[in-house]
Write a protein that binds this ligand. Structure first.
Ligand SMILES: Cc1cc2nc3c(=O)[nH]c(=O)nc-3n(C[C@H](O)[C@H](O)[C@H](O)COP(=O)(O)O)c2cc1C
Length: 353
């Protein structure tokens, strides 16, 4: 059976134009990544996890994560924290920022987060997890979604107990990454749990974990009954995997790869400022230029160059036709000024690029 990935579905009143979702990834899911994901076929994109403590303290960098472009929508902004009042306040900011969904993180396995009682550790405290979802759902009119792991310990099936309770507490959708927190990213995602979760709740479930091809996306959708599949690592520096999953098998030319990378670099500079973007972008060179697209020494050389201007120059030297491809891309993009930005955000955010 071939499942139509272009079929629309709904989270509460929010219409999602396709069954492919781009995963939230800290240190990756900047606005440029999300915009690109939408262009390549994702029906829904998500911000990386945003600290509610940072929002509460009006940390400038944190507030920068609340910048929403119209061409990203529908967009979820993901928050993490452990205090119901702070979560509710953060959710109100997310709503004011123009997001379509508030996503709550019950999946992050990193110690820095779990030791504060947030992320995946909440799966071991379902009562508190439900209080947080209730607080968020009560604070906004947007639908609330929750992203979680299977549980904390290896082999845990906690998600099957907690999931239905989170729905009763107000979650309009659940995303399951069926690895334990302890597993981090080792082993494989056990989507038989996703199928069990689907059978237990009456809200859409998104399947996350190891979706790397159209065949895998189709088989996970068919065997779990999930509403959508989410793609994370496979899309890092490789938006073409999204197009492949959606049915377009064309391999990108070197010119297209360079044009997309340069566009990504320029948008990231606009978003983070030149200084932050310079370091942030280094990991993307290997991701874009890998897959046998460019020789390894070329990727290594880019990381050693002293400025982004220099990186751009080297990229265009390696694929001169990319300038034209980039011009075409830029012509089709919406006006960068067309953004919804919270009035209360510090003005220096605009100076971020
Ligand atoms: C670098 C990185 C950062 C991540 N950051 C987040 C995050 O901020 N919030 C979240 O819910 N999941 C996060 N995840 C988990 C992904 O959203 C996804 O569930 C996981 O990578 C499994 O999907 P994949 O096999 O398609 O990568 C992150 C994963 C990676 C690799």
């Amino acid at each position: 059976m071939n499942i139509d990935l272009r079929e629309h579905w709904w989270i509460g009143p929010v219409e999602i134009p396709g069954r492919l979702v781009l995963a939230p990834m800290a240190g990756v899911s900047v606005q440029a990544f999300r915009r690109q994901g939408r262009r390549f076929g994702a029906g829904l994109v998500c911000s990386e996890m945003v600290s509610v403590a940072g929002i509460q303290h009006r940390n400038e960098r944190t507030l920068g994560y609340l910048r929403v472009g119209r061409d990203e929508r529908p967009l979820a902004i993901q928050i993490f924290g452990s205090d119901p009042g702070a979560m509710a306040e953060a959710a109100r900011m997310v709503e004011a920022a123009g997001a379509d969904l508030v996503d709550v993180n019950f999946g992050c396995p990193v110690k820095k987060v779990t030791k504060t009682g947030a992320g995946a550790s909440l799966l071991d405290d379902p009562d508190h997890a439900c209080r947080l979802v209730e607080a968020v759902a009560g604070a906004v009119s947007l639908p609330v979604s929750v992203k979680m792991r299977r549980g904390v310990a290896n082999g845990s099936r906690t998600c099957l107990e907690v999931g239905p309770r989170l729905v009763s507490a107000g979650a309009s959708s659940l995303t399951l990454h069926p690895r334990s927190a302890r597993q981090m990213y080792t082993g494989t995602a056990d989507h038989s749990l996703t199928a069990e979760l689907v059978s237990l709740v009456d809200v859409p479930v998104i399947a996350s974990g190891d979706i790397t091809s159209r065949a895998r996306a189709q088989s996970v959708l068919a065997t779990t009954g999930a509403a959508a599949v989410m793609v994370g690592r496979a899309a890092q520096g490789n938006p073409w995997v999204l197009a492949h999953i959606m049915g377009d098998d064309a391999e990108p030319s070197r010119e297209e790869v360079v044009a997309e990378l340069v566009l990504f670099m320029r948008e990231t500079v606009r978003e983070l400022g030149e200084k932050r973007a310079f370091g942030f972008l280094k990991k993307f060179y290997g991701w874009y230029l890998g897959h046998g697209r460019f020789p390894r020494p070329f990727k290594q050389e880019l990381v050693t160059l002293p400025s982004l201007e220099e990186v751009e120059r080297r990229l265009f030297a390696a694929a001169p036709g990319a300038r034209l491809t980039l011009e075409r891309l830029l012509r089709d993009l919406p006006d960068p000024a067309d953004e919804v930005v919270l009035d209360s955000l510090p003005i220096s955010l605009y100076g971020g690029g």
